[in-house]
Design a protein around this ligand. Structure first.
Ligand SMILES: *[C@@H]1O[C@H](CO)[C@@H](O)[C@H](O)[C@H]1NC(C)=O
Ligand SMILES: *[C@@H]1O[C@H](CO)[C@@H](O)[C@H](O)[C@H]1NC(C)=O
Length: 436
């Protein structure tokens, strides 16, 4: 059961396993003719005798499971950047192809890992994953074996009021390398159709929902498994200092599983870690603060000093998203608190695999938009809107509390999980110093 659930969750493994041509299990399934039965009984008796005399030999044989060739290719090449995903696939594949010895043919079928719901179907027809690529209505179907060049996904929640800035943003992302998905939270979908790229974007509309609500509902890891990176961005982002292809190149080379472009200093900056550093260099992974409260040194190991990014322009590798998606709570739509836990999805050391790219940076305009309560300015609008914003802000803080509570409880309840980033014990209160 463990192996099966692993296989379902990983990339490319669902299409693998014993080759369909391997008919050994068919030979033994169904009704056996009496002659064969008799033969089997004889074999069994003979086998028992042989066992008595050749225990050693037999046990060695049994310890070496027959390897069934998984001759079907994984449907997509693994991207060079997410080696973790590759490793994951490798492990799963091994787990699946380790079929039991041929002497017990029935187990070949019993041990097959099938994704839940697909048990009634022949394995080869099952497609567990999908994508957002368009198919032409004419032409030749069934050419999916032809390798598509690898792509990433850009997903943005949008309102028609931000059309101009979103147009500039999306236009910066080359169509050959990025699939675009817009989440319309204001329902005004028609207003976008005049833009050149609008027809190649996937449009999803749901009134008054946030980026994390959309992400949880429409970016299931099995739907985005083809994309190397998922850019889940806010809409009020200026990209004059940002080149998406150079960005991909940098995060690939630096091994950043979770990243964001640095924030230009004219941005609304909430956390110093994400501000662009002036001292050249392509990437930074920590910041230093050696006086005042909340200090950060070179030996700091976690947020807010290192190992996290903010939630306005995060970029996830495929493997990191597979993890992060699972951490997003259905009902906590502002996702406050999630950022500090993202490091757990970094596929290794969060102080190495999470970083901020300085050479490709963006300007965060800080316009109050749905889903970012930090930008809310209650004084700037009508009384009713101000009340709405106040409610949003309240809710965000409440969500933060609930999320942290759930995390704590989950940690306490899961005996099989160990924290790779245990909290350092709190410093002893000064009055409690024992006097010697
Ligand atoms: C972008 O797409 C082009 C055309 O498919 C391809 O040649 C190029 O390698 C891609 N660049 C990246 C960084 O994926
Ligand atoms: C980290 O470094 C600072 C300054 O160098 C030092 O004061 C502090 O004790 C160190 N903390 C740990 C846990 O090593």
């Amino acid at each position: 059961m463990m192996i099966c659930s692993l296989a379902v969750g990983s990339d490319g493994s669902s299409s693998q396993g014993p080759a369909p041509g391997d008919a050994s299990h068919k030979r033994f399934s169904g009704m056996l003719p009496p002659a064969a039965l008799l033969f089997l009984v004889l074999v069994f008796v003979a086998g028992a005798i042989v066992t008595l005399h050749h225990k050693e030999t037999l046990s060695i044989l049994q310890l070496q499971p027959r390897r069934v060739a998984a001759d079907e290719e994984p449907s997509r090449p693994a991207p060079p950047a997410s080696t973790a995903a590759v490793t994951e696939t490798h492990i799963d594949t091994t787990a699946i192809v380790e079929a039991p010895p041929a002497e017990e043919p029935a187990n070949i079928c019993e041990n097959q890992c099938r994704s839940p719901g697909s048990e009634a179907l022949p394995r080869g027809i099952v497609q567990d994953r999908s994508n957002f690529e368009f198919e032409s209505l004419g032409g030749n179907p069934g050419r999916e074996k032809v390798r598509r060049p690898s792509k990433s996904l850009l997903a943005i929640p949008v309102g028609i009021k931000q059309k101009a800035v979103v147009d500039k943003l999306v236009s910066k992302f080359p169509a050959a390398n990025f699939t675009v998905m817009l989440f319309h939270y204001d329902g005004a979908m028609d207003g976008w159709s005049d833009l050149a790229w609008s027809r190649r974007a996937v449009h999803v509309a749901a009134a008054d929902q946030t980026k994390w609500w959309f992400g949880k509902r429409f970016l299931h890891p099995d739907l985005v498994a083809e994309y190397d990176y998922v850019f889940l961005w806010d809409e009020d982002i200026e990209v004059d200092g940002f080149d998406p292809l150079r960005y991909l190149d940098i995060v690939g080379k630096e091994g950043l599983e979770i990243s964001q472009p640095a924030l230009d200093h004219r941005s609304q900056i909430h956390h110093r870690l994400t501000a662009r550093t002036r001292r050249g260099g392509g990437v930074h992974r920590r910041f230093y603060k050696t006086e005042g409260g909340g200090r950060c040194y070179g030996n700091s190991t976690g947020p807010p000093c290192t190992g996290w990014v903010e939630m306005m322009v995060p970029v996830f590798s495929r493997a990191a998203w597979r993890c992060a998606w699972r951490m997003i709570q259905n009902d906590l739509v502002f996702a406050w608190g999630l950022d500090f836990k993202l490091g757990y999805c970094a596929q290794g050391d969060r102080s190495k695999n999470v970083g901020i790219v300085d050479s490709e940076y963006v300007l965060h305009r800080g316009i109050p938009t749905l889903g970012d309560a930090k930008k809310v300015k209650p004084s700037s609008s009508s009384a009713s809107t101000a009340a709405d914003r106040y409610a949003v802000r309240q809710r965000s803080y409440t969500e933060l509390k609930i999320f942290n509570k759930r995390w704590k409880q989950a940690v306490a309840e899961d005996e099989c999980w160990t924290d790779p980033y245990p909290q350092p014990p709190p410093p002893p209160p000064p009055t409690a110093t024992p006097k010697g």
